[in-house]
Design a protein around this ligand. Structure first.
Ligand code: SAM
Length: 267
């Protein structure tokens, strides 16, 4: 398996700033879309005594772990970055959720400490599969730890947007290798594996999942220059969010998403 030193080092440093960056309207839209495409796959909460268990791998500063624990789920939040996990622990402490969230060092590609078929929902949000690079091993692990009949919801970076960026930057030599391997060094801190919707679908089917949904997030805003995006969001946030939700799962639009979010079921 490949070494993840670069991605780990990046998140160790970035941990302090991570949540602050998500306060912008652009990232708020991204988070609102993430939850809206995740919500239909949350397992039902029947009683308070035996809440369903969620694994949030690559859980970072605990954004989704804390949100789901507040709703009533038991959560295991795992990550390769100690600093990201420290931030997550602080948040859980503030919300008095230490009893329902367990934090662990965990590498998505190999999670031997987790038994087969043990979670009612498995999350790998925030493009963790893209950063793990060994994607076949990663998605097989997600499949293994997911209970039969339960869902995995994950997101990755979209190849289409990376291609456009290479063309904008006139990095002509990178284009063919990017199309073939999907590995990009566009982001200088660490390599990233990017996908077209069908490549993402194939990866999950190969691991044994059946794919129930792929959505692009965001699909319209990604097509606009950054300055314009901000202005549009300041003026019409709710309208744009509703449009994104209405069109983001549509085959005709999802391919322009900055990120792709998949929901897949273990039979
Ligand atoms: C963009 S952050 C996403 C955090 C969180 N899921 C969210 O949506 O806010 C990506 C996270 O993945 C973690 N990560 C990268 N590679 C990983 C791996 N192989 N196993 C577990 N975590 C990993 C990073 O340390 C970082 O915390």
């Amino acid at each position: 398996m490949r070494k993840l030193d670069a991605v780990k080092a990046y998140y160790e440093k970035y941990a302090e700033q991570y949540d602050k960056d998500y306060e912008s309207l652009e990232w708020k839209l991204y988070d609102d879309l993430t939850f809206s495409y995740l919500e239909p796959f949350l397992p039902p909460l029947i009683d308070g005594k035996n809440p369903p268990c969620v694994l949030d791998v690559g859980g970072g500063t605990g954004k989704w772990a804390v949100k789901l624990a507040k709703i009533g789920y038991k959560v295991v939040c795992g990550d390769i970055s100690d600093q990201m996990l420290e931030k997550a622990k602080e948040k859980a402490h503030k919300e008095r959720l230490e009893d329902v969230i367990e934090f662990r060092y965990m590498d998505l590609r190999s999670m031997p400490e987790i038994k087969d078929n043990s979670f009612d929902l498995v999350l790998a949000l925030g493009d963790v599969i893209s950063y793990a690079l060994d994607d076949v091993e990663s998605v097989k692990e997600l499949y293994r730890v997911c209970k039969s009949g339960s869902h995995c919801v994950a997101s990755v970076d979209n190849k289409f947007v990376f291609l456009i960026n290479e063309i904008k930057g006139e990095r002509w030599d990178t284009i063919e290798p990017l199309i073939k391997t999907g590995i990009s060094d566009y982001f200088p801190a660490h390599p990233t594996k990017v996908y077209l919707p069908d490549e993402l679908r194939t990866l999950f089917i190969y691991a044994g999942f059946s794919v129930e949904q792929i959505a692009g997030k965001p699909i319209l805003l990604t097509m606009m220059p950054k300055k314009i995006r901000r202005r549009k969001l300041e003026n019409q946030y709710n309208l744009l969010l509703e449009l994104e939700k209405q069109l983001g799962k549509d085959q005709n639009f999802l391919g322009t998403g900055g990120h792709l979010q998949i929901a897949a079921k273990k039979k």
